[in-house]
Design a binder for this molecule. Structure first.
Ligand code: SAM
Length: 245
């Protein structure tokens, strides 16, 4: 059964559709009910639904996993329910049948890296299906023949794809036109121009012997813009020199 996330239920005319396939749909019960994502759902920019993979099983125990060929620890998610889920959600039985405008994503530590530019690309899609693995992972035929993208959110191993689906959905939804209150903010954030964001400060101007840079207090817009750029370059050099290559 699909667990309809509350905010999604409120907006049947969503422009983008995100379907999450998981064995733990309740994991997402309130996850999108805060801040920008909640507002995007409320404004019908997106409709997000979490679906229980077990609803695409045909046996009486709703089994979704099995032991790996060749032995070894752990279980592997079986291909049949995942192929059935994608067919029912997108109409496609194989990767080559997935319509333009739809993307079927397997969350996996073996995938290509999720970056801001990939988030921007995926934000153009009309429908995203996010498949969450568990246990030892997912039968490889899913990656070979079903999905359009295999995506990793970083070089570490999570217990399941659910936190990765949250990360991917969040990063994409905030890029949908109208999702951010201030339309310019996405274009000035980290990674949008190959740099990290510049440092931000707020009141008080002096705290525990630490003063905000003078430039912020003098109101000279040209000087502030110059300072922001220099500070962004400096921070990028310090924390992410790889971005400057
Ligand atoms: N045996 C796999 C390996 O070593 O590559 C790890 C499987 S992991 C315990 C279970 C599931 O968590 C994966 O199938 C995937 O859906 C998800 N997962 C784990 N790490 C992830 C990452 N860095 N990015 C995206 N998904 C991840």
């Amino acid at each position: 059964m699909a667990t309809k996330i509350q905010s999604a239920v409120r907006n049947p005319k969503a422009a983008m559709r995100i379907d999450i396939v998981t064995i733990f749909p309740d994991y997402f019960r309130e996850a999108f009910d805060y801040g920008i994502i909640r507002r995007a759902c409320a404004a019908a920019l997106v409709k997000i639904q979490a679906h229980d993979l077990r609803s695409w099983t045909s046996d009486k125990h709703h089994i979704v996993d099995d032991r790996p060929f060749g032995g070894g620890d752990g279980m592997v998610l079986k291909p049949e329910p995942l192929f059935a889920a994608v067919e029912s959600l997108t109409g496609a039985r194989r990767r080559e049948d997935v319509a333009a405008g739809k993307r079927v994503v397997l969350l996996s530590p073996q995938g290509k890296s999720f970056t801001q530019s990939l988030a921007s690309e995926l934000a153009q899609a009309e429908q995203l299906v996010l498949i969450c693995g568990r246990y030892e992972g997912v039968d490889e035929r899913v990656a070979e023949a079903l999905v359009t993208d295999e995506i990793s959110i970083g070089d570490y191993v999570l217990s399941g794809g659910e936190p990765a689906a949250l990360v991917v959905a969040d990063a994409i939804v905030r890029l949908l036109p109208g999702a951010l209150g201030n339309e310019t903010s996405a274009s000035t954030e980290s990674f949008s121009d190959g740099l990290l964001d510049y440092p931000h400060y707020t009141r008080p101007s002096e705290f525990a012997d630490m003063r905000v840079p003078n430039v912020w207090l003098n109101g000279d817009h040209a000087e502030i813009a110059h300072w922001r750029h220099e500070a962004a370059v400096k921070k990028t050099k310090r924390n992410r020199p790889d971005l400057l290559k």
